[in-house]
Design a protein around this ligand. Structure first.
Ligand code: PMP
Ligand code: GLN
Length: 386
């Protein structure tokens, strides 16, 4: 038999699926895969249900329904002061995953260099490789996760086609400070490179800080492709509605990739998401505010039982150093914690291609308070009993 495509045959199953399955098998509390355990706003669910009954239920335009594209353009203006032409600069996709795939396949040609920060979200690298891109890694190391200017400069060359920037960063909970974004923008301009900006956690930023899209920095309006996700912004991770904002010359090839990837996206859910984007500032404030309290709750709980936690400035996640627990490396520790303690996390090494740190795990805190408390109690009992 002839081999299937090696990009895929060389891969294991994604860590999120692996850990969720293991959690189910052992009845463990799943703080692994990132999803909230309470669904998003009831009015949006009602609006989606109405739209299923009343329509639209047929193929919408491949670019997305006009209301949602207008909603994305309006949100760009409202939150970041960006002027966006909804007809030429916004496209709706089946989740941020599809948006990322469309952008990478549309822009990368075989031999192009692609700058990627490690830790990196797990779908980036296979798609870069599928497109024939040559990855150039820049490492961020816990617990600070700082960008080293010299390392970043060294990763760029005149062969760089693009950089992928996930801000806020999963799994680190890092929010890139303006100085680092400026550094990235400067290098993109210097090397005539694009930036694919995975900003799915744009509204989940803590401590009163605001999200800064790379697209708003000098020289980046025409170079950045900004990706958002209703999954994260409205706590409907299963809906898989994403959106891309990019200058017309960039969005055009991305739309060509999309037309043969999925062509279009569930119209009734798009209607509900359009309504969601127009929600008042109180909605957005409480999304971040509620998650910030959960971050603090889990962080305090873990610290109190002797598990040091790295600061999380955004996302659903915090990372913790399990090196002193004596459970083996992070992958082994996550298995043992699931089976023996009944709490599931994700090993941070899964987000590195090279020389991964082996003592950090990622916990998801977008869960009910009683679930977070029970997870900490289980860990406390487990640690005490060893
Ligand atoms: N990028 C990052 C950094 C993520 O954490 C996720 C997962 N939620 C995605 C992309 C994929 O988002 P979606 O579910 O909208 O495809
Ligand atoms: N983004 C989610 C996470 O980081 C997982 C999404 C998925 O399972 N593909 O946990």
């Amino acid at each position: 038999m002839k081999p299937a495509n090696r990009v895929f045959t060389s891969l294991g199953t994604t860590i999120f699926e692996v850990m969720s399955q293991l959690a189910v098998k052992h009845g463990s509390i799943n703080l692994g895969q990132g999803f909230p355990d309470v669904d998003g706003p009831e009015d949006l669910r009602a609006s989606a249900a109405e739209a299923v009954m009343a329509g639209p239920n047929q193929y919408p335009s491949m670019m997305g329904i006009p209301e949602l594209r207008q909603g994305v353009a309006d949100a760009n203006k409202r939150f970041y002061g960006l002027d966006v032409d909804w007809q030429r600069e916004v496209m709706v996709t089946s989740g941020a995953t599809e948006a990322l795939t469309d952008c990478l396949l549309a822009l990368i040609e075989p031999g192009d260099e692609v700058v990627l920060f490690e830790p990196l979200y797990d779908c980036y690298l296979p798609i870069v490789r599928l497109a024939g891109g040559v990855p150039k890694f820049v490492r961020l190391t816990p617990p600070e996760w700082k960008v080293d200017r010299a390392a970043l400069e060294a990763a760029f060359s005149d062969k760089t086609k693009l950089i992928v920037v996930n801000n806020p960063l999963n799994p680190a909970g890092k929010v890139y400070p303006r100085e680092e974004l400026e550094m990235i923008a400067e290098l993109c301009v210097r090397h005539d490179a694009y930036a694919v900006c995975d900003e799915v956690y744009e509204h989940i930023v803590f401590d009163g800080a605001g999200h800064i899209p790379l697209m708003t920095l000098p020289g980046m309006r025409e170079r950045a492709l900004r990706i958002g996700s209703a999954g994260k912004t409205f706590s409907f991770t299963g809906w898989k509605i994403g959106y891309v904002t990019a200058a017309p010359a960039l969005l055009a090839p991305v739309a060509k990739a999309h037309q043969f990837m999925t062509f279009t996206t569930t119209p009734n859910l798009q209607k509900a998401v359009a309504r969601g984007l127009a929600k008042g500032d109180d909605y957005y404030a409480s999304l971040a505010g509620d998650l910030e309290k959960k971050r603090d709750r889990l962080a305090a709980g873990l610290e109190a039982i002797g598990i040091p936690v790295a600061h999380s400035a955004g996302t659903y996640f915090l990372t913790a150093d399990i090196g002193k627990l004596g459970l083996g490396d992070d992958a082994e520790a996550c298995k043992r914690l699931t089976i023996e303690a009944g709490v599931t996390a994700v090993p941070v090494s899964a987000f590195y291609e090279n020389d991964a740190p082996r003592n950090f795990v990622r916990f998801c805190f977008s869960k009910r308070d009683e679930v977070l408390d029970e997870a900490v109690s289980r860990l406390r009992r487990y640690i005490a009993g060893r």
